[in-house]
Write a protein that binds this ligand. Structure first.
Ligand code: MG
Length: 387
């Protein structure tokens, strides 16, 4: 099956009044607008690759915002939106995807359903754009906006949104042919190449954040969407046995013993998985991955963690923060702490700042004190849609 790429356009320089940071790099509810847009595609099972097109001078802003999100390196954009879209498409040439979704980086509320509808339309159409019918009466002014010159018939008029979907070869050729023209969306480029463009249902919430008023509206939308904060806790223990390494928080650490367990015995990821499952009241790791099932023998525990995170995402929720405490005398955790944070952030596509790893001994007391095993506890905080 051919691959699907998402190209996120973030080459704009429009900034908030008084600021010099372009809008797409501002945060709503603790996460950047551009990152929110990109995350939807990065997490979508039908999207294979994601690339953001940025201004070169925004690279530091980009790096700070995309910490922990595993997507393609950004591509450099051009002077106009048209140039940025074409350069972004050219940058995918080596990867040669079958189809491409082109999305505005300033639309953070794109969701999986909209991506699905656009991709579904591409099964039969050469191009597809989400759109909404125009409901307001339209006026044209004749003197710079002072008075109404006439009323425009809104019948058959649609407001288009993104992501707009195309077959990759089609839209690349269309953009190459349209260099220098001043079209305002990629569908117009496809139309200019004679391609038929299908309309799919857009979403009112899929707003483009352009003015300070939009930013306030985006904050309100998100507060409404994720109005409920929930926490969950997890606890796990694994016993030491023969071996030469342990897996802790996704990291392989050389050691003079191993940890026994049905899977890779990663006590840190197991506690964390249970914490996330707890936050969404979805049972525990054993109910999702029974130890009696041979398919989980020696399984890497990131599979369990991803599954728990997917349950949160499926309900429209968001992981806000994770905190793990590892309890053991040895191995020493401190030298590996930062690598563990990065590992978990990478598995869950979270900012590293949202992942905390702590460690403690039990002063020689109890089973961890006697060096018989490792224990871990974890707390997960998630935001969910209010019921
Ligand atoms: Mg376990």
């Amino acid at each position: 099956m051919s691959q699907c790429a998402a190209l996120i356009l973030a080459g704009g320089s429009g900034s908030r009044q008084g600021g010099d940071v372009p809008k797409q790099y501002l945060e709503i509810a603790g996460r950047g607008i551009l990152r929110r847009a990109a995350e939807c595609f990065a997490r979508h099972p039908r999207v294979d690759m994601v690339r953001v097109v940025i201004r070169e001078q925004d690279r530091a802003l980009y790096d700070a915002q995309f910490d922990g999100l595993d997507i393609l390196e950004p591509a450099a954009g051009g002077a106009t939106r048209m140039d940025s879209a074409r350069l972004g498409l050219e940058s995918l040439a080596e990867l040669d995807p079958g189809c491409v979704l082109i999305h505005d980086g300033a639309r953070p509320f794109v969701d999986g359903g909209l991506v699905d509808r656009t991709l579904d339309a591409l099964k039969t159409a050469r191009a597809a754009v989400p759109a909404l019918p125009v409901n307001d009466t339209l006026k044209r002014s004749g003197d710079g906006g002072a008075t109404v010159a006439d009323t425009v018939d809104r019948n058959g008029l649609w407001r288009t949104q993104t992501p707009q979907g195309f077959r990759y070869a089609d839209i690349l050729a269309a953009h190459r042919a349209a260099v220098g023209s001043e079209l305002t969306d990629d569908a117009a480029v496809a139309e200019s190449a004679g391609l038929s463009v299908a309309l799919v249902a857009g979403e009112e919430d899929n707003i483009k954040v352009t003015t300070p008023g939009d930013l306030a509206r985006a904050e309100r939308l998100l507060a409404g969407r994720l109005g409920m904060t929930r926490t969950g806790t997890g606890f796990d223990v694994h016993r030491f046995g023969p071996g030469d390494h342990v897996m802790l928080c996704g990291l392989r650490i050389e050691h003079d013993a191993g940890l026994e367990g049905h899977s890779d015995a990663d006590v840190g990821l197991h506690a964390l998985t249970d914490a996330i499952l707890g936050a969404v009241a979805e049972g525990d790791i054993g109910s999702h991955f029974p130890p009696s099932d041979p398919q989980w023998r020696d399984a890497p525990s990131d599979v369990f963690l991803r599954h728990a995170a997917a349950l949160v995402a499926r309900r429209g929720g968001e992981i806000v923060h994770l905190d793990v405490t590892l309890i053991c005398e040895r191995p020493k955790i401190a030298p590996h702490r930062e690598a563990m944070r990065a590992c978990i952030a990478g598995i869950l596509q979270l900012p590293t700042g949202s992942v905390s790893i702590k460690a403690t001994t039990t002063e020689g007391l109890g089973f961890t004190g006697r060096g018989e095993g490792v224990a871990a506890q974890a707390v997960a905080t998630v935001r969910m849609p209010a019921p």
